[in-house]
Design a protein around this ligand. Structure first.
Ligand code: SIN
Length: 312
């Protein structure tokens, strides 16, 4: 617990409540609006966690991320992130320094980028289901996207939960997938430059020849003990020991299955919104339906480690 001096107008928001992972609520237990300004309050500033859908996503409320909070606040955020796959914040207008300071609370910053689509551009970065950078040996553990300028309509992002998708498969297919690994590569040479947002589709031979890390097809999320599907339409080339042509029927089935509506959540952005996702367990898709408008985001990727295979 931390002792913090708070101005009187904020006292009614002082909370002392254990973080409840399932019920997604907090309760103000300390209605102190009549306390004088000079009182030192014992506070635990824990966030409200409101589920966005039944199986994936949650909105975090009750925090002002321009402030510093005690470690337990960030621990509660991390727990919500690991449990829900993607978490959202609203009305958080952070400058570059504050964005980085928030990100560093959860790990080492690997990449910082501006994602900008200008009114005269028709293609957008991320307009296909993918997981960020699984072509690396140690793919980023998390992505944090901060909205700066948002079109008046459209420009939402969707996420699909690979934990619930894996759990919904038959026991037989789950057991087969647990025994597989897959090769990942950036064979399409996707990148952040405009020309790299929509490169031509490579040939089957290119997919077969592509070299890259071999990741488990089902990975473990250590914080929750959950097994999640770990292939994605952008960077998974083929199953280890299988050709691309042999791999495609099963990959296509998983890609179709993984975006069933119950596994997907969609977020409507406004300036100051933040989405913070667990890149180990969700795919995402930037909806490109705002032609003629500008959209400017800041993205931070946090360094990850080699995926841990789920136990078969
Ligand atoms: C991405 O990380 O793929 C971009 C997502 C977005 O801009 O909504």
């Amino acid at each position: 617990m931390l002792l913090i001096r708070r101005p009187q107008r904020e006292l009614s928001f002082v909370l002392i409540r254990a973080f409840d992972r399932r019920s997604a609520v907090r309760a103000p237990l300390c209605p102190t609006a009549s306390a004088p300004d000079h009182v030192l309050m014992e506070t635990a500033t824990l966030p409200e966690v409101h589920r966005a859908g039944g199986l994936i996503g949650a909105e975090i409320r009750g925090l002002d991320l321009t402030r510093e909070y005690p470690d337990e606040t960030y621990e509660a955020i991390r727990q919500a992130w690991a449990e829900h796959g993607v978490i959202f914040f609203r009305d958080q207008h952070l400058n570059a320094e504050q964005r980085e300071s928030f990100a560093r609370r959860f790990g080492e910053i690997r990449v910082k980028q501006e994602l900008r689509k200008e009114p005269d551009q028709t293609r957008a970065i991320g307009e296909g289901w993918h997981t960020d950078m699984t072509c690396f040996d140690e793919p980023p553990v998390a992505t944090i996207l901060f909205a700066e300028e948002i079109p008046p309509w459209g420009g939402d992002t969707q996420w699909a939960g690979m934990g619930p998708a894996f759990e919904a498969l038959s026991a037989g297919l789950r057991s087969t997938l647990l025994g597989l690994r897959a090769i990942h590569s950036n064979v399409r040479k996707l990148g952040l430059s405009y020309e790299q947002t929509d490169p031509p589709e490579p040939s089957i031979a290119d997919y077969d020849a592509a070299d890259g890390p071999v990741h488990p097809v089902v990975r473990l999320i250590p914080e929750t003990g959950r097994s999640v599907l770990y292939v994605n339409p952008e960077f998974t080339m083929r199953f280890e020991g299988w050709t691309r042509r042999e791999s495609l029927p099963l990959l296509r089935f998983l890609y179709e299955f993984g975006i069933r509506p119950e596994f997907v959540t969609r977020f409507k952005w406004a300036p100051g919104s933040i989405a913070f996702w667990d890149n180990r367990q969700v795919w995402h898709f930037a909806v490109n339906d705002y032609q003629g408008q500008r959209r400017v985001m800041h993205r931070i990727l946090l360094a990850g480690t080699k995926p841990i295979p789920a136990a078969s």
